[in-house]
Design a protein around this ligand. Structure first.
Ligand code: SF4
Length: 333
């Protein structure tokens, strides 16, 4: 049976007594023989690091690309979406904890089959998503090597918690990312997620230099909803590139977090702050009229109208210009 249980991982070092040190993400797990790293998809087998989660997916489905969310990359298209069983962060509010924080039954899909399925479904590409896909580096690279020459785009929805060197390699294969920026305070990353902030900021900067980027911020009352936090977040994104689309997302109590649901007014207030410095600000996980649509940042003309996942391009030309004022719009068709 083809389930490639012996795919050697990239980015690790040998240590004494058959231990290995994984260098894919900032955790730098030192792993004893027979054990897994924090993310559950990389395992020490007799002193070698194996990408044990390679191709083992927890879900495989066609999704609207807006669901990722990616609003400016091939809007209105559908994309084949897959994800591994694991994650390298431990967010207390994880909305997918059943598949990210504990082992479940998976289905092996070879990169060849994945690409064939995407082509058969007339997908625009493959989205690596649901849990944390960058810990699947070897699988993403193999799928991209087969799929990109056939015209498929490769996108990832990620927490951005990865070291610079593997990220540089991955950026040769990815076309677009949505990066979850969960807080602008290192203490929050340590206390609530088991990580650190700096690598995530580094990932956003590096990605924006090479591929298409959108950012999501889940606003959680009592944790990251202060004006200070929102200003810090917006200032950072504006300093990277004010045309990066920012998605504020509504939080619901889940997993180990019982803070109350994000009030509508908090989301609207955050969007108002963001609109002062960013060109494209959206609100998700809640239906707020107008906050899913894309308007021209120069003249206000409606460019893309969205109702749930029904997307209609109404004011943007094939040359990626506003049909009313002719402003250039940073979209990928
Ligand atoms: S990718 Fe996984 S095994 Fe490697 S350092 Fe990060 S959490 Fe540990």
């Amino acid at each position: 049976m083809d389930n490639r249980t012996n795919v050697k991982a990239r980015y690790w070092e040998s240590m004494e007594e058959d231990k290995v040190k994984c260098t894919l993400c900032p955790h730098g797990c030192v792993i004893n023989n027979g054990k897994f790293g924090i993310c559950m998809v990389r395992r020490n087998v007799n002193g070698e690091l194996i990408a044990s989660g390679y191709g083992h997916t927890i879900s495989l489905t066609m999704d609207p690309i807006e669901k990722k969310p990616l609003f400016h990359f091939k809007p209105g298209s559908s994309i084949l979406s897959v994800g591994p069983n694991g994650c390298n962060l431990k967010c207390m509010w994880c909305q997918n904890w059943q598949i990210s924080q504990k082992k479940v039954i998976t289905r092996f899909i070879s990169p060849e089959n994945l690409v064939n399925m995407a082509l058969r479904e007339k997908s625009v590409g493959v989205a690596f998503t649901y849990t944390e896909p960058l810990i699947w580096l070897e699988y993403i690279v193999d799928a991209a090597l087969i799929g990109k020459p056939k015209g498929l785009s490769m996108v990832a929805v990620t927490n951005g918690y990865i070291n610079s060197e593997p990220l540089d390699e991955l950026l040769n294969y990815l076309d677009a990312v949505n990066i979850d920026l969960k807080s602008m305070f290192d203490e929050d990353y340590k206390k609530y997620m088991g990580g650190t902030l700096a690598p995530v900021l580094n990932t956003i900067k590096k990605c924006s230099e090479r591929i298409f980027v959108e950012v999501t911020n889940l606003i959680i009352p009592g944790i990251n909803d202060s004006d200070e936090h929102i200003h810090k977040l917006v200032d950072f994104i504006a300093s990277v590139n004010p045309t990066i689309p920012l998605h504020f997302s509504r939080y619901h109590p889940y997993y180990k977090m019982d803070n109350p649901i994000t009030p509508e007014k908090t989301l609207l207030h955050a969007a108002k702050i963001a609109q002062e410095k960013l060109k494209f600000v959206y609100i998700g996980n809640i239906k707020l009229p107008g906050f899913e649509d894309t308007k021209c940042p120069v003249c206000g003309n409606m460019l893309i109208n969205r109702t749930y996942y029904f997307t209609k391009k109404v004011g943007i030309t094939e040359e990626r210009k506003c049909s009313k004022c002719g402003a250039d719009i940073d979209f990928v068709h």
